[in-house]
Structures are given as C-alpha cells and as structure tokens.
Design a protein around this ligand. Sequence first.
Ligand code: GSH
Length: 201
Amino acid sequence: MKLYYAPGACSLASHIVANEAGIDIDLVKVDLASKKTENGDDFLEVNPNGYVPTLVANAAEPVTEASVVVQYLADQKPEAGLMPRSGDPARYRVQQWLAFISTELHKTFSPFFKPATPDETKAANRALLSKRLGYVNAKLADGPYLTGSSFTAADAYLWTILGWAKVVNFDLSAFPNIQRFMAMVASRPAVQKALREEGLA
Ligand SMILES: N[C@@H](CCC(=O)N[C@@H](CS)C(=O)NCC(=O)O)C(=O)O
C-alpha cells in the first residue's frame, strides 16, 4: 500500500494509524504546491483533487479523505482496536468524532495556511475553534482518549490537527485536558516513529 503524504499535514493521522496497527506502508512524499511526488510524478494523476492523504491499496481507485483513510487502515488490523468492528455501537461514536474533527476542526484550521485568507476570516475561525475546543476539552475530562481508555483512529486525527495550533499561534493553554491529551499521544512510540519517518523529529 502506498500512502501519499506531506510532512505534518493531515496525512500524518493515517501514517500514525498505520504505525499503530503495524501495517507496512510505502510512504510517498508529495509537494503540495507543485503537485509533484518525490519521484517527480504528477500527483494529480493519482488524486485529481491534489490533496493528501491518498492511499493506493488494492482497488483501482485510491482511498481519499482523512476520516476515511484512517478507517480503511484501522480495519486492516481490527485486533489493534483502532476502530471498533462493524456492528459494534462504539464504532458510531468513533465515526462521530472523525466527522467532527474533519468538519469542525480540520477545515476551520485550513484557512490559516492560505496566504490569501482575510484577517476577518481568521478571527472568525479562531472564535469558532475556541468554542469547539471547549467542547473537546470537556469531553476529554472522561478520557484520557476521546472515547475512553483506548486510543483510536479519532485520537490520531485529533492529535494531528491540534498539532497545527502551535504553527498558527493558537493558544491551547485554556484547555488543560487537551494539553494532557497532546502530551500523552506524543509519547506513543508509533507517533514518534511517524514523526521520524516524516522528518519531523
Ligand atoms: N477533503 C480532504 C482534504 C484534505 C486536505 O485538506 N489536505 C491538505 C493537507 S492537510 C492538502 O493536501 N492540501 C493541498 C491542496 O488542497 O491543494 C480530507 O478530508 O482529507
């Protein structure tokens, strides 16, 4: 399986899940600006939308969308417990978090990385993020992870997205449970391995 990624981008969540599950993946680095892979190939031929994560597995069509790629990878090794099995009501809880992270957090952080984003948009997004992170912080009080005592694909996604807070100067000090969560996930060997493999540690 090939995982197309950019260092520190949302694709890091898929990379972490693969490492947590012990799945051997081939990493292919993408330059998101030029849409070229590290081998000089045209990434748009792999994913016409030009974004990571993009997973090329067995099917003719690649698997895309961060919230789905992590599920696909977790389902390859259900015994790792990164996604509850189909039919288990707990699966919906993890999927609910994946959708929340994708739509309420990931896409609210994204405009900070675009130079043309107006200041008013940034201010509005900061306010929205504060609100949503207040909710996440309260939920993590029962943790240590989003759905309780075991680490899931949703935790990998949350940790990846909130890692951007530092980059865009979003202060997390008002959210102690989130800070504790960030430190705990950072110390996981699979996470450290992913950071090293992306040249970030
Ligand atoms: N809808 C996609 C969006 C993924 C996304 O925004 N990826 C970013 C990196 S975090 C990217 O590759 N951006 C480059 C681009 O959109 O041109 C998902 O949910 O996975």
